[in-house]
Design a protein. Structure first.
Length: 229
């Protein structure tokens, strides 16, 4: 098997959890056994931390659990990170960067119109939520709810991550406006902000209800509202 990098691990995570498509070369069968082939100790620690935080939560995961999974001694952790908080920021930054890359790829699919790309993205995330038994797997959303009041550095990293996603979505909306498909009544950045903020609430409600009706309603109403009259 080829050497795995942190990019490959996060990409595998996005494809199997966030409904994004790609060609990482990894499959569910590989699971986290690929860690043994990762290039750096720092990469291993971040990848294991990311996986653990998604499965549990930031506070529910101890450093020793992460280090055991990564197969590295505790001293190695403090060689790269001064604290768990600094480590958490690194995990959020890596996750957010890769999430933005995958969303960008999805929303630049020229085989679909801009509005169809947005629909495809929303429906892909819906399908992923169903496939994970309504156990949401978004590290940004989970950690924001948990830590934004308790860590300023994590709050800023999470805000930056969500801002990246908004920018990517705004670019797609702007393209749709330029093509006359999406209403130009509002600025693309504003529409992206409202859509992304509402989507976070919709996903939370779907997880609580354990059904897709909040998502179906959101997709129907929102996409109809975006269509240029």
């Amino acid at each position: 098997m080829r050497r795995a990098t942190l990019h490959h691990v996060i990409r595998w995570n996005m494809e199997n959890i966030c409904g994004c498509s790609g060609q990482s070369g990894l499959t569910f069968k590989d699971d986290w056994s690929i860690l043994k082939d990762m290039e750096t100790t720092r990469d291993k620690i971040i990848a294991c931390g990311m996986h653990a935080i998604i499965e549990k939560s930031y506070n529910a995961v101890g450093l020793q659990e992460i280090l055991t999974a990564a197969g590295v001694p505790k001293g190695s952790f403090y060689h790269f990170f001064k604290s768990k908080e600094e480590f958490g920021v690194a995990v959020v930054e890596q996750y957010a960067a890769q999430a933005a890359d995958h969303l960008r790829a999805l929303l630049r699919d020229v085989s679909r119109s801009p509005l169809a790309r947005i629909r495809h993205w929303l429906e892909s995330v819906r399908d992923s939520l169903v496939s994970h038994a309504f156990h949401r797997q978004c590290l940004l959303a989970k950690t924001a709810l948990e830590m934004s009041r308790h860590s300023e550095s994590l709050r800023l990293a999470l805000k930056d991550g969500l801002d990246r996603l908004r920018t990517v979505l705004a670019q797609c909306i702007h393209e749709g406006q330029a093509q006359g498909e999406i209403t130009a009544q509002y600025d693309a950045e504003l529409l992206a902000d409202v859509l992304l903020n509402a989507w976070e609430g919709v996903m939370m409600r779907a997880e609580l209800n354990r059904d897709t009706r909040p998502i179906e309603a959101f997709v129907q109403v929102t996409l109809n509202a975006l269509v240029k009259p």
